[in-house]
Design a protein around this ligand. Structure first.
Ligand code: DAH
Length: 340
């Protein structure tokens, strides 16, 4: 009988199949309830004592071999199917591509655009590489004017004339007025550049939104009302104050603070205990600027304002370090989901 078992061992070792049905039949033949193994184990009793050891050993060998064989053949089939599943079936629906999210700067920019679009402002853009006229001179900042020092400029070319990276989006005001006569209602979002040390609070590249409204009889109260509407919409805060300030291109000029409140410890920290936060600069467009842009200051007046998008995004999202906007860390960026 040992001889019979040995021939089964050979059979098991030689068995190959990629057909699940066949493998199952093989399993039943050897390992099933009424299978050969059972028959042999039953026969064990009849084996003469001196052969029992050898018989048992060979029988166990057959059992292990058959069990391993079934397992191994099934695994081969499964791994082949997996391969097919990934690379073979071209009709399979594609894997979903991960959906990115909009950059927080874009989200805030779009929110600002929408708020002003609702009251009739269009969007205008200008070049990032500017000439001296549009960035400075036309804005009432003639050469050697001390206020030019307020903005550390990156120059692209100094001779024969200054070409520079714009230090603010106010340059787009000039371009827009040169091309369009009043009534003008436009906002100009864009990237600006300043030769400043990079820190948690400031960067050499950032974004601004410029606003310009020129028409007959535009007054300072129109400016204030527009800014109040804007801050209500964006921040949900309805208390603002205008602090007298100085910009060469506006007269009078002001800085706009919103009342943020002093409810939490963070409120104390970001408002330095005052409850107030500065969010932008503004003023009535200086008549010199209108004249420089071929608009008659006797007939028209207007207001302008300018704000930094990063600063506003940092307030809205409570972001403590401006550098996070430019590091492209997916863990930071994917937190911002927006429909706008
Ligand atoms: N251009 C100014 C800056 O970059 C911001 C600004 C202030 C713009 C007052 C304006 C304005 O239009 O009226 O700091």
């Amino acid at each position: 009988m040992i001889q019979e078992i040995k021939s089964h061992i050979e059979e098991v070792e030689a068995f190959q199949s990629e057909d699940l049905q066949q493998i199952e039949e093989f399993r039943i033949k050897y390992l099933g309830k009424k299978g050969l193994m059972n028959d042999f184990f039953k026969a064990f009793k009849e084996v003469p004592n001196e052969e029992k050891k050898e018989f048992g050993k060979t029988l166990n060998q057959l059992k292990t071999l058959a069990t391993d064989k079934v397992k191994q053949l099934k695994e081969t089939i499964e791994s082949k199917q997996e391969e097919k599943g990934i690379y073979g079936d071209l009709t399979r629906p594609a894997e979903m591509a991960p959906i990115g999210s909009r950059h927080p700067i874009s989200i805030v920019k779009n929110q600002i655009i929408e708020i002003f679009a609702n009251i009739g402002f269009n969007v205008s853009e200008g070049p990032e590489i500017e000439d001296d006229w549009h960035n400075f001179t036309a804005l009432n900042l003639p050469e050697h004017h001390p206020a030019r020092d307020m903005q550390d400029t990156f120059f692209v070319q100094r001779d024969p004339k200054d070409i520079l990276l714009r230090t603010h989006t106010s340059s787009v005001q000039v371009r827009y007025m040169e091309e369009n006569q009043p009534p003008i209602r436009t906002i100009s979002p864009g990237r600006v550049f300043r030769n400043e040390d990079i820190s948690a609070r400031s960067h050499c590249i950032f974004h601004q939104v410029e606003g310009l409204y020129i028409d007959k009889k535009v007054s300072f109260s129109d400016l204030k009302q527009t800014l109040l509407y804007f801050t209500k919409q964006l921040f949900g805060k309805s208390k603002i104050r205008l602090r007298p300030s100085y910009f060469p291109f506006t007269e009078p000029s002001a800085e706009v603070d919103i009342y943020w409140g002093l409810e939490t410890e963070t409120d104390y920290r970001i408002t330095k205990g005052t409850g107030w936060l500065e969010i932008m600069g503004c003023g009535m467009v200086d008549p010199n600027v209108l004249t420089n842009c071929n608009i008659d200051p006797e007939k028209y007046s207007g207001f302008a304002f300018g704000m930094g998008i990063e600063r506003i995004a940092m307030l809205l999202y409570q972001i403590g370090d401006i550098r996070m906007f430019y590091e492209n860390d997916a863990r930071f960026l994917e937190q911002f989901k927006s429909s706008i």
